[in-house]
Design a binder for this molecule. Sequence first.
Ligand SMILES: CC(C)(COP(=O)(O)OP(=O)(O)OC[C@H]1O[C@@H](n2cnc3c(N)ncnc32)[C@H](O)[C@@H]1OP(=O)(O)O)[C@@H](O)C(=O)NCCC(=O)NCCS
Length: 162
Amino acid sequence: MHQTQNPYNIRELKKEEYPLLKEYLYMSVYVPKGEEPFHLSIIYEPGIALYRDKFGELPNDYALCATIDNQVVGICWVRIIDGYGSIDKDTPEFAISIKSEYRGKGIGESLMQAMLKLLKSKGYKRASLSVQKENYAAKLYFKLGFEVYEDRENDYILVYNF
Ligand SMILES: CC(C)(COP(=O)(O)OP(=O)(O)OC[C@H]1O[C@@H](n2cnc3c(N)ncnc32)[C@H](O)[C@@H]1OP(=O)(O)O)[C@@H](O)C(=O)NCCC(=O)NCCS
């Protein structure tokens, strides 16, 4: 079982906390092993920026966060956009990142499960995401029940059927 020193809570990300998505989007971009971290400006590249631009203004925007001592330590958010992991105009695409010092403690898995529950309650039929094949996050998604929708050269598009 996973254990954290301080218990974490999961709740909706508040509107005034949306600016945090800038940092969390940056953290969510996978850096292949042995490579230098990307420059911060990567979040302004159009294909990446659309995961965050005007978040909260599209009808299918949802964000949950994990907090410890009321500080946000992880965010999982979804939108329907033309992203790396999008499959159609009805299917929200996941993004997630946990602050590095809080990874590996079960927080990411709990956040994903909470978002899946929320999306199910909203009546979505499917959810999707893109993950680099070598990113250990893929293991988490398979464990949660995501399945391969498209097998590309370096990444998968995974889908979760509710
Ligand atoms: C990927 C990420 C969201 C997972 O969140 P987390 O809180 O670290 O993960 P959890 O502790 O909940 O672990 C869940 C599962 O993920 C996998 N996992 C987590 N850390 C792992 C590691 N260091 N090595 C291998 N597998 C790992 C395991 O399958 C684990 O389940 P298990 O412990 O029962 O084997 C988080 O590590 C992160 O923010 N990474 C950087 C950003 C990123 O890659 N985002 C996803 C882009 S697609």
